[in-house]
Write a protein that binds this ligand. Structure first.
Ligand code: ADP
Ligand code: MG
Length: 353
């Protein structure tokens, strides 16, 4: 395109909340044959809400209050969307302003976190005293209707105690929160009834994470992240325009498939359980098929893939790292702007021919 065409194209884009960083992405965009969407925060709104709390052990071993206080205290150190959902829910349910003590915190992208936690007794006790849990549901004063499942699993002959939870010195917990692989990496077996409980949520497009305390698989939390209202229309239109639309996520395969189905992406086009470090590799492999590939994403974990793609498109509300790595930024966070960017590219370049 001529400098004038580029100026007009980027100018029209900017007026419409589509930031195009120069002539190259404007020209390349029209050659894109394959469009890869990240899931969390891109196809979904990225602000998941808690839906389910499951305790796998007897109430006497770990109460709901204690379980939530520990999970909240641990996740307060993470910036993952799942962590946001958990900490928000725990704060509201336990009616607390601050969490317990947490140290030795390590988060491994794509898997989960591990840390030590103490000082949760008073948080849990206040909650239990209020007895806000009734009939398996959080009482109506709780903001969201979260199902609380306290039925210990059949397989789990509950151990007599959680090491560290005895009276005496203040209890300290070794906490693991994450997916199945995270548990297995720490030699914690995930039995089939637990796997099934996770699958039940995942088939609904939710994400379930497991929690182990002092080496004992104690419970599960599930969160639901809603698909953006325009996602389905955007995907459909892009497909009608002849683009191959794919989904790329670090999340579990079942969850990814459910979300893909919701927006109209076929199962064959789903790349799930891809570690943040591998997202760019997937783009590279697609490019080997000699097609121009665009990636739409929002997270830190998307930025290498955004940089690798022929055109990286960042959601404006996304992380700074993603916005920097991308060549096009959608300020309005509207997925239909991907189509607008495509049309803008096609028209701008055609006009100067
Ligand atoms: P996404 O592509 O959806 O952003 P990630 O690669 O960030 O996924 O994470 C993949 C999976 O790792 C999550 O679905 C979750 O099971 C687990 N995980 C990551 N961080 C956390 C956390 N802070 N707490 C619990 N689980 C986590
Ligand atoms: Mg994301």
């Amino acid at each position: 395109a001529t400098p004038t065409a580029v100026m007009v194209g980027t100018g029209v884009g900017a007026l419409n909340g589509i930031l195009i960083k120069g002539g190259e992405p404007l020209e390349t965009m029209r050659k894109i044959k394959c469009l890869v969407f990240d899931k969390t925060g891109t196809l979904t709104n990225g602000r998941p809400e808690m839906t389910t709390v499951c305790l796998f052990v007897e109430q006497s071993l770990c109460s709901i209050g204690r379980f939530l206080a520990i999970a909240g205290t641990a996740e307060a150190n993470s910036e993952h969307p799942i962590a946001m959902a958990i900490t928000k829910f725990v704060k509201e349910t336990l009616q607390i302003a601050a969490f317990g003590k947490c140290w030795n915190f390590v988060a491994t992208p794509g898997y989960g976190l591990r840390c030590k936690v103490s000082g949760v007794e008073s948080l849990a006790d206040a909650y239990e005293a209020r007895d806000r849990v009734s009939n398996g549901m959080v009482s109506p004063s709780s903001p969201s209707k979260v199902v609380i499942d306290r039925e210990p699993l059949s397989r789990s002959v509950s151990p007599v105690s959680l090491p560290g939870s005895q009276s005496g010195s203040p209890p300290t917990y070794d906490v693991l929160i994450g997916n199945r692989d995270w548990m297995r990496q720490h030699n914690i077996d995930v039995p089939i009834d637990v796997d099934q409980k996770m699958l039940d949520q995942e088939k609904k497009g939710q994400t379930a994470v497991l929690i182990a305390l002092n080496g004992i698989l104690t419970g599960m939390l599930a969160v639901s992240d809603l698909v953006k209202p325009e996602a389905r229309l955007a995907v459909h239109t892009l497909q009608r325009m002849g683009l191959d639309v794919l989904l790329l996520t670090g999340d579990n395969r079942q969850t990814a498939k459910a979300i893909a189905q919701e927006v109209g992406i076929s199962n064959k086009k789903v790349y799930a359980e891809v570690l943040p470090s591998q997202k760019a590799d997937v783009i590279r492999r697609l490019q080997k098929k000699t097609i121009k590939v665009a990636m739409v994403g929002d997270g830190i974990n998307d930025s290498p893939a955004l940089a690798q793609a022929d055109v990286g498109i960042a959601i404006g509300s996304g992380t700074d790292v993603a916005v920097e790595a991308a060549q096009i930024v959608l300020i309005r966070n509207d997925l239909l702007d991907v189509i607008a960017a495509l049309l803008l590219s096609r028209m701008t370049v055609r006009r100067i021919r």
